[in-house]
Design a binder for this molecule. Structure first.
Ligand code: AMP
Ligand code: ZN
Length: 480
């Protein structure tokens, strides 16, 4: 399987450190508000990657953190903790805010077909591990004290900048893009960051005593401490959005490799951003959407997941109502296709050629998935399979063996797509809308309005794949 590695800036064959086991880490959410669908793009991608590893028979240990402390407002290292800010506004404790948004996040990822990570670790449950890591860094001479906290001296880490391929000197020129960068008092380099931040005496919430003084951890240290706690000093894959390459992930590398002297992560996998009507998704532009917002617009969680998979994970995607609507219609038609063929009484003779064609499309699908998770091309193979089946079905030739082969292939494809195909394999009772239409048609027919009856029959066929036939004892319906 080939994967693009941000660290080497090329696609290469994935090789696990331990045979048959993949250890992977994904930066989790900061639980001070709802995850927006851009965040969920990142988690759909890491879930699809995990599913690919499992498809290739690896045992996957997938760790995700929950940032429930220490993530400051703004990109710099100054400002208020985002959680404490929300707690202040909502008159709740930071703990209550974190607990509530963590619950909502886990509900969202379940809805969207994301498998639960093997370990979900809260930052506040790992303060001792973070302090241990800070002590190792102190012993190795990477830290110094400034006015607001204990800082990592990035000039001492020789590979600083290797992840984004940016030179340390350029990163630290105090004029970046024409603007002078402010830095916290007493710090040495622009890229230096706090591993521990001091809290004022009066602060009662989310503070811990330590040998460095009363305070709370810097945001970056939690990912280094949590990932190494569960996956070891050196593990296979780390995922996240491209926004984290330059600062957060670079800092994770500096802290982890600085403390252990070992290589931290082999493969860095980054997803590109989801934009809204061409703009960045951000609270200040009022264009962030949640899964609930989408549901209100008639887009199901599977519809959104399908939409995400129509783009390559390394391409910027643009969300428009039209694109979401198309994705919703397509996933609904795939689901109804699956319902239709699972309820179909296959009678034709087994057809070797057909079964071979299905097997070849399955191979093609996985070849695309193994080529740096090329989901748009893989979906094209899925659609090719659906047309082959529809063609065969319409000529009445689909055999039971053929149908079983199709179902097995679809379920294998869905084991990596995560689009709930299995739930549509049972023949279900009629949904409310077709049921209502059938009743309406029956009334029209009985009152002699055959024109309306014919129109409704056509609608049932086109929208739901339901065939209605009139017999002596009234009309009967079946799935196409
Ligand atoms: P955060 O809580 O900001 O760390 O975000 C959680 C994850 O979502 C990170 O991996 C981010 O890189 C990613 N992310 C944030 N915004 C977007 C977006 N608009 N599109 C895709 N990924 C995003
Ligand atoms: Zn992280």
């Amino acid at each position: 399987m080939k994967l693009y590695n941000t660290l080497t800036r090329k696609k290469s064959d994935f090789k696990a450190i331990k045979e048959k086991e993949v250890r992977m880490y994904s930066c989790g959410p900061t639980v001070y508000s709802h995850a927006h669908i851009g965040n969920l793009r990142a988690y759909i991608i890491s879930d699809t990657l995990r599913r690919m590893f499992e498809h290739r028979s690896y045992k996957v240990i997938h760790v995700m953190n929950i940032t429930d402390v220490g993530h400051l407002v703004g990109d710099g290292s100054l400002g208020e903790d985002k959680l404490k800010q929300t707690a202040r506004i909502e008159h709740k404790s930071a703990k209550e805010i974190a607990k509530e948004y963590e619950r909502l996040f886990l509900k969202d990822i379940k809805k969207i077909g994301i498998k639960m990570p093997s370990i979900i670790a809260r930052a506040t449950d790992h303060i001792p591990q973070m302090l241990n890591l800070i002590e190792s860094l102190e012993r190795r001479g990477y830290l110094y004290k400034a006015e607001t906290g204990i800082y990592f001296d990035t000039s001492k880490f020789k590979d600083y900048g290797n992840l984004s391929g940016t030179d340390f000197k350029r990163l630290n020129s105090s004029l970046i893009g024409g603007a002078r960068i402010e830095r916290p008092s007493g710090t040495r380099n622009i890229t230096d960051f706090a591993v521990w931040r001091f809290s004022p005496e009066k602060e009662k919430e989310m503070v811990w005593d330590s040998k460095y003084g009363r305070g709370f951890p810097g945001w970056h240290i939690e990912c280094s401490a949590i990932s190494m706690e569960y996956l070891g000093n050196h593990f296979d894959v780390h995922t996240g959005g491209v926004d984290h390459i330059q600062i957060h992930h670079q800092n994770e590398i500096a802290q982890s490799e600085g403390a252990t002297g070992e290589k931290f992560v082999n493969f860095w996998v980054h997803n590109e951003f989801l934009k809204v009507n061409g703009s960045k998704m951000s609270k200040s532009l009022h264009n962030t959407y949640t899964i609930e917002d989408l549901e209100g617009m008639g887009i199901s969680p599977q519809g959104y997941r399908y939409f995400v998979l129509t783009g390559h994970y390394r391409s910027i995607m643009n969300m428009t109502k039209e694109a979401l609507g198309n994705a919703q219609r397509t996933i609904a038609s795939i689901h109804s296709f699956i319902e239709r063929i699972s309820g179909y009484d296959a009678e034709g003779k087994p057809d070797r050629e057909f079964i071979e064609e299905i097997a070849s499309l399955e191979r093609e699908f996985f070849e695309w998935m193994e080529d740096d998770m090329n989901t748009p091309e893989a979906l094209a193979s899925l659609h090719a399979l659906i047309s082959v089946v529809n063609k065969c079905h319409s000529t009445g030739k689909l055999s039971k063996a053929g149908r079983d082969a199709v179902m097995a292939t679809l379920l294998k494809m869905d084991s990596v797509l995560g689009l709930s195909f299995k739930e549509h394999t049972e023949t279900k009772p009629l949904a409310a809308e077709p049921k209502r239409l059938i009743e309406e048609r029956e009334k029209a027919r009985q009152s002699g309005d055959f024109k309306s009856a014919d129109e409704i029959r056509q609608e049932l066929k086109e929208r739901f794949g339901i065939i209605v036939e009139d017999g002596k004892n009234g009309s009967v319906w079946r799935r196409q």
